[in-house]
Write a protein that binds this ligand. Structure first.
Ligand SMILES: [Zn+2]
Length: 397
């Protein structure tokens, strides 16, 4: 019998700022960099010898994201369980791929996560870690799915939660969040204004004075949950990287996270130096700040005056991590592309009829981008391509 490595503690070693490199202690509750306000990134002891053989042990582990526990920040083993988040299927979509002119095409269906979206990953890890560090209340603005995931994981860990949605949020989000026991505000045109309303509400209500802000990249660990998409893609492809990841990009945590996962896997010697996937950010023409910044060669985004799209998850006019999104797309040799609203429905129908996969509008946007990317020479027919369907379509119906 083969000797299996024991599932060890988290190898989390420190946090450092993505912008100025400031180093911080990971075992205190941290938000953003105290020096420059940039996002803090979790760093691990990746040279630890026992981590090298970890891929061989993965088949014996729990079928959720906690299978990568050594590379996640939660130290207390008893806390490493949630609602069954992660290990979503990577589905071969050969007929759809062939119809688009692609030889190797997969859809990673994040709609299978608890609460129906990839947001479960980030919240599972961030809320578990926050609870481990003594937090009792959480707050965040949300375009929809993150608020729902926060409410569910707050319930899972016995924390209270305050979520702020923009005014046109579909009523089921509000109902479901309240059903999990969360307090819900509904105010403002986009997540940005909802965030401002949230700040006012917290200032006026002492009950929420100590609420921990789990907004996108305002704390270090949602990114760590999201990065597990990258680990899973590699594991599900048999230990190799795809050539291209198509990522519908709003706040961008998943895009940055997947790229971080591949960097970590290279540092762990799980794969070679040359195996980084090109990260392609897909946005909607009605709200495409990353695409505009790429075109302009800029390092920051300029928020569009109006942000209009029925893809709520992509209606993020000024992502907090704009610099990190742009750097990731450029450093991986990727690109950013926008699609039109009218392309969504035909793309979703095409996927449904050729694969049986019911894409959310965000996933449909990524699919609609493929013909543009092929024409532009950004992707090649021979590339191995993974598309992230970030949510279930259920809440859009
Ligand atoms: Zn900094």
């Amino acid at each position: 019998m083969r000797v299996r490595p024991v599932i060890a503690g988290s190898s989390l070693s420190h946090l450092d700022c993505a912008r100025c490199g400031q180093r911080e202690d990971p075992d205190y509750l941290q938000t953003v960099c105290p020096e420059c306000g940039g996002p803090l990134l979790a760093r691990y002891e990746l040279s630890r010898e026992d981590l090298r053989g970890l891929p061989w042990d993965l088949p014996h582990r729990s079928c959720d994201l906690w299978r990568y526990a050594e590379l996640l920040p939660v130290r207390d083993r008893k806390r490493r369980s949630g609602l069954g988040e992660g290990m979503t299927p990577l589905l071969r979509a050969d007929r759809l791929g062939a119809a688009l002119g692609l030889e190797s095409f997969w859809i990673k269906d994040e709609g299978r996560n608890p609460t129906g979206s990839f947001k479960a990953r980030g919240m599972a890890v961030a809320v578990t870690r926050a609870a481990e560090l003594g937090v009792e209340a959480l707050a965040a603005p949300s375009a929809g799915n993150a608020g729902l995931a926060m409410a569910a994981y707050a319930a899972c860990h016995g924390l209270s939660a305050l979520v702020a949605f923009p005014a046109d949020i579909p009523p089921p989000y509000v109902r479901e969040c309240r059903a999990y026991g969360a307090e819900v505000l509904v105010e403002g045109a986009t997540i940005r204004e909802a965030g401002q309303a949230l700040k006012r509400h917290i200032a006026a209500n002492p009950k929420w004075a100590d609420a921990f802000d789990v907004s996108t990249l305002r704390e270090p660990y949602r990114l760590e949950g999201k990065k597990t998409m990258g680990y899973e893609i590699a594991e599900q492809l048999g230990g190799v990287a795809p050539d291209v990841v198509l990522y519908p990009t709003g706040g961008g945590t998943g895009l940055i996270g997947i790229a971080k996962a591949f960097e970590e896997m290279i540092s762990l010697s799980w794969m070679g130096e040359t195996t980084r996937p090109r990260m392609i950010a897909v946005q909607m023409a009605g709200c495409a700040p990353v695409v505009e910044a790429m075109r302009a060669g800029a390092s920051r985004v300029v928020p569009p005056e109006t942000a209009q799209t029925r893809c709520w998850g992509l209606r993020v006019p000024s992502p907090f991590a704009d610099r990190e999104i742009l750097r990731t797309v450029r450093d991986t040799g990727g690109e950013a592309v926008a699609v039109e609203e009218k392309e969504l429905l035909p793309a979703a129908r095409h996927a449904l009829r050729t694969t049986g996969i019911d894409l959310a509008p965000e996933g449909a946007a990524a699919l609609a981008a493929i013909p543009h990317l092929l024409r532009g020479g950004v992707i090649r027919p021979t590339d191995r391509i993974v598309l992230l369907n970030t949510a279930s379509s259920a809440m859009y119906k």
